[in-house]
Design a binder for this molecule. Structure first.
Ligand SMILES: Nc1ncnc2c1ncn2[C@@H]1O[C@H](COP(=O)(O)OP(=O)(O)OP(=O)(O)O)[C@@H](O)[C@H]1O
Ligand SMILES: [Mg+2]
Length: 257
């Protein structure tokens, strides 16, 4: 089905997700959400509330037990494994807490991987990958393997990889979970840049401070959306550096802890 630019990039309608493991675990219990093109949403909630389950459904890594997940006009449940892989490869960029880089591929090769779907020449893929790595500050690490990079550098490779096919949707599951505070700030600023260029971003986190980088926070608990709040950013500069010297919060109107 064709999509127009005004269609939501993701629409989730009355979605349930159950896992059968001994008994039945209900990870999502009737969730409705829309993600508009170019939007920036954080999904926040305690451990086990269903955040990763939601992200995996939106990313077409899994299918719902019932309800509809429509991504870029495609109903994920009706797609074959191959079609879902193609959807992920062309329309969605993933950033995981544990980076998920291919261990035997260099930084440049990891970033170029999603471009296999684009049927570009090898040299064009390499050129694009080098330019993205340079953008994330890794212009001097092209041919390093993941094990030859620090955690923060690996996460930046993962971000460059997520951006390589210029997907309309970027999914990030706890992207700052395994890096120090300073690297975390850089990562959040790279995500903000990607969003400013028009990519929709869906970020999962249990930290309010991180969630407040988004424009909207969806609070989940026990597989249910408890509430949705809009984040008011004062100025972009304050949002990015956490308001150095002013004592203000991370861009939200007030601290809510
Ligand atoms: N593959 C699975 N099989 C069985 N149960 C699962 C599976 N994946 C998740 N669950 C259960 O579903 C619930 C939601 O899990 P989920 O991973 O979505 O939580 P989360 O909000 O991402 O938590 P965290 O912040 O710890 O990452 C949990 O109770 C979990 O135990
Ligand atoms: Mg999780």
């Amino acid at each position: 089905m064709a999509t127009s630019s005004s269609d939501p990039v993701v629409s989730i309608d009355n979605v349930r997700k159950e896992y059968q493991l001994g008994g039945t675990v209900t990870a999502l219990d009737g969730v409705d959400l829309l993600f508009e093109p170019g939007s920036y949403t954080a999904v926040m909630g305690p451990s086990g509330s269903g955040k990763s389950t939601l992200l995996n459904l939106v990313g077409a890594l899994d299918t719902p037990t019932s309800g509809d997940v429509i991504v870029a006009g495609e109903n994920v449940a009706t797609l074959s494994e191959t079609e879902r892989a193609a959807l992920r490869g062309t329309r969605i960029g993933f950033i995981f807490q544990t980076f998920n880089l291919m261990p035997r591929l260099t930084a440049v090769e990891n970033v170029a991987l999603p471009l296999m779907f684009a049927e570009w020449t090898r040299s064009r893929r390499r050129e694009r990958a080098e330019s993205l790595l340079t953008d994330v500050g890794l212009g001097n690490r092209f041919d390093h393997l993941p094990k030859e990079l620090s955690g923060g550098q690996r996460q930046r490779v993962a971000i460059a990889r997520a951006l390589s096919s210029d997907p309309e949707l970027i999914l990030a599951d706890e992207p700052t979970g395994n890096v120090d505070t300073e690297t975390g700030t850089e990562i959040m600023s790279l995500l903000r840049d990607a969003n400013d260029r028009g990519n929709a971003v869906l970020l999962v986190t249990h930290e309010r401070r991180i969630a407040e980088h988004a424009d909207r926070i969806v609070n989940v608990r026990d597989g249910v959306v408890e509430g949705i709040e809009q984040v008011e950013h004062t100025t972009p500069a304050e949002t990015e550096v956490g308001a150095v010297g002013t004592g203000a919060g991370q861009g939200a109107t007030e601290e809510r802890r």
